[in-house]
Design a protein around this ligand. Structure first.
Ligand code: GZL
Length: 370
């Protein structure tokens, strides 16, 4: 190999090295950059098009929560114009507050918060407001004096969910000729202080007050199957006359059913013959839906986790300078395997019951009443 050849090879290698270095610096690997400055501006410009959203999700405690996270992640995507920064707080408010402060330091365009409980948010939401970052609440609510601390909220009417479940119980027991004083109820509550627990518990308390039902005890199952099983086991030991358990989500209901069966009792609709009626919320867990179709769970008040599309639309509207609704309620059904109750009328509005059929093992058909 002549010296000349080696030199020309060396020059070619050095030139390629310089070219690659120029590309790597401007962040445009693989594209030949004629002018690094222009490339950088273009690179920054394309990044600028993405709306940066910091989302503090409260945890991963239930099937509903997993579905909710999936709904948000499937909509806040780059092809829809978003860069999503996701933080799971493992059901600890301190972790959510830390996440929000990090989002503020990162100067995100929007903060989305699914608050684990309603109180204790004034300080950190004021910091976001001072930083000029709009906060959108999703799922649960915060209890603040100044509602300018959040731009808008998307979620469920939890008290209405409780009213649906208890109205279904009232209609069912009336059609079965079961007197109000025959019902002896325990409430396995969700995370104490969360909007879902507050609303659902309120719905039950008012129904017991108005209908003359015996509400023997309220105790938190923390929205988990394990805790639901543990507290139900204790309730069965405490109350021999327990015949209705109101579970504030499906995971607790599955746990309660495990405890009922472990105690040699039967979950079902025939409370006159010793069965224990299970009421539940969410409708996201396949096993719970199957149980509802079979009558092991008497009814499920749906809680719709599909907030992602609504949140994405709200953010795009805000980006366009449009006014948005402060509160957006998501529509929800009531499910049962029993056809004894076909519709509920609450606050002047009719809610048809959606019947669940389990024609083949593991498959549930949703049959709308109308
Ligand atoms: C309801 C949501 C509740 C669900 C539970 O919107 O906050 O939290 O009902 C979940 O399953 O854990």
């Amino acid at each position: 190999m002549t010296v000349k050849t080696r030199v020309s090879q060396l020059i070619a290698a050095v030139s390629m090295l310089m070219l690659l270095t120029a590309c790597a610096v401007s962040g445009t690997e693989g594209q030949v950059s004629s002018d690094p400055a222009t490339e950088t501006e273009e690179a920054v410009a394309s990044d600028d098009k993405l709306i940066e959203v910091g989302f503090s999700q409260l945890g991963a405690e239930s099937d509903w929560r997993s579905a909710h996270t999936e709904s948000m992640k499937s909509q806040l995507t780059e092809d829809k114009g978003f860069r999503l920064l996701f933080e799971d707080a493992q059901q600890k408010q301190a972790n959510q507050i830390m996440a929000i402060r990090t989002f503020i330091q990162q100067e995100v365009d929007y903060i989305v918060l699914a608050p684990v409980t309603e109180t204790g948010w004034e300080t950190v939401l004021s910091e976001a407001k001072e930083a000029g970052i709009p906060v959108i609440l999703v799922d649960r609510m915060v209890d603040v004096e100044d509602d300018s601390l959040f731009t808008c909220w998307v979620g469920s009417d939890f008290k209405m969910e409780g009213m649906k479940a208890t109205e279904w119980l009232y209609q069912y027991t009336r059609s079965a000729g079961i007197a109000p004083e025959e019902l002896h109820i325990v409430n396995i509550q969700g995370t104490i202080g969360s909007s879902a627990q507050i609303g659902r518990s309120q719905g039950l308390r008012e129904a017991c007050e108005n209908k003359g039902w015996d509400l023997m005890q309220e105790i938190s199952g923390e929205f988990t199957q394990t805790r639901g099983r543990e507290v139900m086991s204790s309730m069965l030991k405490l109350y021999s006359n327990l015949n209705v358990v109101y579970c504030e989500n499906d995971n607790e209901a599955l746990g309660a059913i495990e405890a009922i069966e472990a105690a040699g009792k039967k979950p079902g609709m025939d409370i006159r013959n010793g069965e224990i009626m299970v009421l539940s919320f969410d409708g996201m867990n396949p096993e719970a839906l199957q149980y509802c179709a079979e009558g092991k769970i008497a009814c499920i008040a749906e809680c719709n986790p599909d907030h992602g599309k609504r949140i994405a639309t709200l953010i795009h509207s805000l980006e366009n300078g449009e006014q948005v609704e402060k509160y957006s309620y998501i529509s929800e059904e009531i499910y049962s395997g029993s056809r004894d109750v076909t519709q509920l009328v609450l606050k002047g509005r009719s809610y048809p019951v959606t019947f669940l059929d389990s024609s083949e093992e593991g498959k549930v058909d949703f049959v709308t009443g109308d």
